[in-house]
Design a protein around this ligand. Structure first.
Ligand code: HEC
Length: 320
């Protein structure tokens, strides 16, 4: 390319950029956004991390519905994200405001079933007038029940439930008997969450995944183990982006407000790989990616075990 042609080629973009910077861009008719299905899915470069993307997608779907992922052999991601990707259960769905250390339930006690009379949580004498007298106010959060409080010891090969020691729960109990703990925030739908730059209400699921937790580059000590040519492993720092969903999912695996007995870490992987007598999975909605890869009783992976999945009812996803 001659210098003159190069100049001509550059002239237009440079002029447009200048116009944009000066706020004097040409008036362009605003088109309505197209269907989301036409938008490319934002994905990181997974070379070096994932060998077979289609298999990874199928595994991800199976994992999402896998009840073995929960320390109790019941709780899956899908348990809370079941109804339009969110949660419509009514029993034991109240958190007293633990996010700011509140422990008193105002709306409903642990294990109670919510009714329409429990809403709204902030009741005004005249709903049309926000300055009218407050008749009722609560810092409780309507959310999603998870697992009961217990300390993780180990998995038990061949058994869905892990070996955990019950820890008395000072908040989520009825008469001193632990009930499932309830998340401190309402559950948003996970459908289309891949298009969200950062996930979670406070955006803490960083767009850059560090391989370890939600905090991306804000955790300078995050390291993953990389296998070397000679078979040895060395800790390395990684920055995978855009991958907010990975930053979101990894901490959930070890959370005692979501899936795990306290102290369970990467053993979630160990747990999910462990062969179980009765591999259980909630029924996943049809559509999207192929209907999943799951374990058979020998612990090996099988693709499209639709019959196993359809044998499960929706209720098998619901815990109480
Ligand atoms: C006990 C219920 C529960 C379980 C189990 C659970 N989630 Fe969630 N999920 C929540 C709640 C509550 C939030 C909101 C948390 C926050 O913002 O701090 C959430 C947030 C999310 C979001 C972010 C959506 C957004 O718009 O910010 C995604 C994606 C998601 N979960 C996927 C998963 C996956 C994948 C798993 C399994 C590994 C899982 N969830 C397990 C309750 C649950």
């Amino acid at each position: 390319m001659t210098i003159r042609r190069l100049k001509r080629t550059l002239a237009l973009p440079v002029a447009s950029l200048a116009a944009v910077l000066l706020g004097a861009g040409p008036t362009v008719a605003q088109l309505p956004p197209g269907a989301l299905s036409t938008v490319p899915v934002p994905k990181p470069d997974l070379t070096g991390f994932v060998r077979d993307e289609a298999a990874a997608v199928a595994l991800g779907k199976a994992l999402f519905w896998d009840m073995q992922l929960g320390s109790d052999g019941v709780q899956s991601c899908g348990a809370c994200h079941f109804h339009g990707g969110a949660d419509n259960r009514l029993k034991n769905q109240v958190n007293p405001g633990t996010i700011h250390a509140a422990t008193t339930f105002e709306v409903a006690k642990p294990n109670a079933t919510l009714t329409a009379a429990n809403f709204p949580l902030h009741k005004l004498a005249n709903p049309e007038d926000r300055f009218s007298r407050v008749l009722f106010d609560a810092d409780d959060v309507i959310s999603s029940q998870s697992v009961t409080l217990a300390k993780f010891n180990d998995i038990i090969p061949g058994q869905a439930e892990e070996n955990c020691t019950v820890t008395p729960d000072p908040i989520f109990n009825v008469g001193g008997v632990n009930v499932r703990r309830v998340q401190p925030r309402n559950v948003p739908t996970m459908i289309n969450a891949i298009f969200t730059f950062r996930n979670f209400w406070d955006g803490r699921a960083n767009a850059v995944f560090n391989g370890v937790d939600a905090f991306g580059p804000r955790n300078p000590n995050a390291r993953v183990l990389q296998v070397q040519a000679d078979g040895s492993v060395v800790p390395v720092a990684v920055a995978i982006a855009p991958a907010s969903l990975a930053s979101q999912a990894v901490p959930v695996l070890g959370s005692n407000f979501a899936l795990a007995c306290t102290g369970r870490t990467v053993s979630a992987g160990k747990s999910a790989r462990s062969p179980r007598a009765n591999s259980r999975s909630c029924s996943a909605p049809a559509g999207g990616v192929p209907d999943g890869t799951t374990k058979n009783s020998a612990g090996t992976l099988e693709v499209n075990r639709r019959e196993a999945r359809s044998a499960m009812t929706a209720a098998s996803c619901t815990t109480s």
